[in-house]
Design a binder for this molecule. Structure first.
Ligand SMILES: [Zn+2]
Length: 214
């Protein structure tokens, strides 16, 4: 990708400053390199106040064209609508959202099942114990019966209460996801679409920001 810089309105970054040449400089940018080149400008291109003809630049460099304001690499890239670096970070946002979702769902399923089955298992154990100790005592038999009847109700109640927690937790991570999984330029929510599918589109359908460097 080439980002053209200068005073002429045909540039990607137009700098309205008398000291800047019409076609002043250009940035050749790809995945691994950002090469800034002066195009024989009258007043020069400067990186960290040192005049350059050709130089690899990084995000911390301060770039100036003749007497222009200071620009960063990010400013130059955004001038040509390049948001690939920011878009790349969304990969992890999507990945951790899915992982968290699966974790909540599976741990909750286990808890719900345990809570529902525990009260069913207990009366059996208690019944056997009481029957063994009481040897036909009617009061103990009554207690045993009461527990047996009550247990399923308790189990269903506790299980329902536990599974009701799931939507609340999932809602919370979904809300966060909606804030973070957005186009880095226009902020539009990208939906529950895998990052790889979005990367195939290469640009934002709404604002045309470039997500992937060509
Ligand atoms: Zn956008």
């Amino acid at each position: 990708m080439i980002i053209k810089i200068g005073k002429a309105t045909t540039n990607d970054l137009v700098i309205d400053n008398a000291s800047v040449s019409r076609e002043h400089a250009r940035l050749l940018s790809d995945k691994s390199s950002n090469l800034l080149e002066d195009l024989g400008s009258t007043n020069g291109t400067f990186v960290n106040d040192i005049q350059i003809l050709k130089k690899q630049i990084g995000s911390s460099d301060r770039i100036r064209f003749a007497n222009s304001d200071i620009y960063t690499l990010n400013d130059l890239l955004h001038a040509s609508n390049d948001y690939s670096e920011e878009f790349d970070k969304l990969k992890n946002v999507y990945k951790s959202y899915i992982e968290e979702k699966v974790k909540i769902q599976s741990s909750n399923q286990l808890k719900t099942r345990l809570l529902q089955s525990l009260p069913f298992a207990l009366p059996g154990i208690i019944g056997v114990t009481i029957g063994f100790l009481g040897k036909g005592n009617p009061t103990l038999l009554g207690i045993s019966l009461f527990i047996t009847i009550l247990a399923p109700t308790v189990g269903i109640y506790m299980g329902a209460k536990q599974s009701a927690k799931t939507p609340a937790l999932l809602q919370k991570i979904a809300d966060n996801f909606k804030i973070n999984y957005v186009c880095p330029k226009c902020g539009a929510f990208l939906g529950e679409i895998p990052w790889e599918s979005l990367a195939n589109k290469k640009e934002c359908p709404a604002c045309k920001a470039k997500w992937i460097k060509q």
